[in-house]
Design a protein around this ligand. Structure first.
Ligand code: PLP
Length: 229
């Protein structure tokens, strides 16, 4: 885990390079450190290096780790979320990346209302129509966003995708480009609970390409912490 520091330097350098290519400011790209299966000690090391946004894909794991950290950590739910787990995370997580059904959105709205808060969420898109992946189809995204209008305690902050697993991130470029187009469309949806700011895409194998195509939130695990067990 001594590598976290040098891994982070590499990642930052790559983010900067990708931004330079397309004239963007690296400060506009949020790094979410994906901490699934990573132990609290390694996460503390990351935190000491000023990483303060953690992404978990399982609610149970997030809740278990939550109390080990100060309130300055921003927790993200990035994995598939079951409705019956929503009640555990409201007021704990800044962003739920994986909203892909009306029933889930309604449950988030209900639980957020009970706690007198508004939950920020992203709509997950299955951009390559993969059988094994969660998320809405590209063409469902905007109608879905519009259909959530009456959910006053849910705020739609953007889109997320898990692109196909590839060795060369270049292979995902057109998927990312498609997502960026959809993101711009979402921004122009006039509903009061839509305030699209985040385009969450790009992982270890493809984050540079994702950034070149407009991602402003990358979710990186392996490149930071090494291979998971
Ligand atoms: C595991 C995971 C990541 C990070 O993947 P790496 O390839 O290890 O960077 C990002 N997003 C989601 C939804 C994940 O489950």
């Amino acid at each position: 885990m001594d590598n976290i520091k040098s891994n982070l330097l590499d990642i930052k350098e790559n983010i900067e390079k990708a931004c330079n290519k397309v004239n963007r400011n690296p400060d506009d790209v949020t790094l979410v450190a994906v901490t699934k299966t990573i132990d609290v000690d390694a996460m503390k090391m990351a935190n000491q290096l000023n990483i303060c946004e953690f992404g978990e894909n399982r609610v149970q794991e997030l809740i278990k780790k939550y109390d080990f950290f100060e309130k300055n950590i921003k927790w993200h739910v990035i994995g598939h979320l079951q409705s019956n787990k929503v009640k555990y995370i409201i007021n704990k997580v800044v962003l739920i990346h994986s909203v892909d059904s009306i029933s889930l959105a309604k449950e988030i709205d209900k639980r957020a209302k009970q706690k007198d808060t508004v939950q920020d969420v992203l709509i997950e898109i299955n951009v390559a129509n993969e059988e094994t992946k969660y998320g809405l189809k590209e063409k469902e995204a905007i109608p879905f966003a519009k259909s959530l209008e009456e959910l006053a305690n849910v705020r739609i902050r953007g889109l997320m995708t898990v692109a196909p697993y590839v060795f060369d991130g270049e292979e995902n470029r057109l998927h990312f480009r498609k997502m960026k187009g959809l993101f711009e469309e979402l921004k122009s949806v006039g509903n009061s609970n839509v305030d699209a700011r985040y385009l969450s895409m790009g992982m270890t194998n493809d984050y540079q390409v994702a950034i070149e195509e407009g991602s402003n939130m990358v979710r990186i695990g392996t490149a930071l912490f090494g291979h998971r067990n």
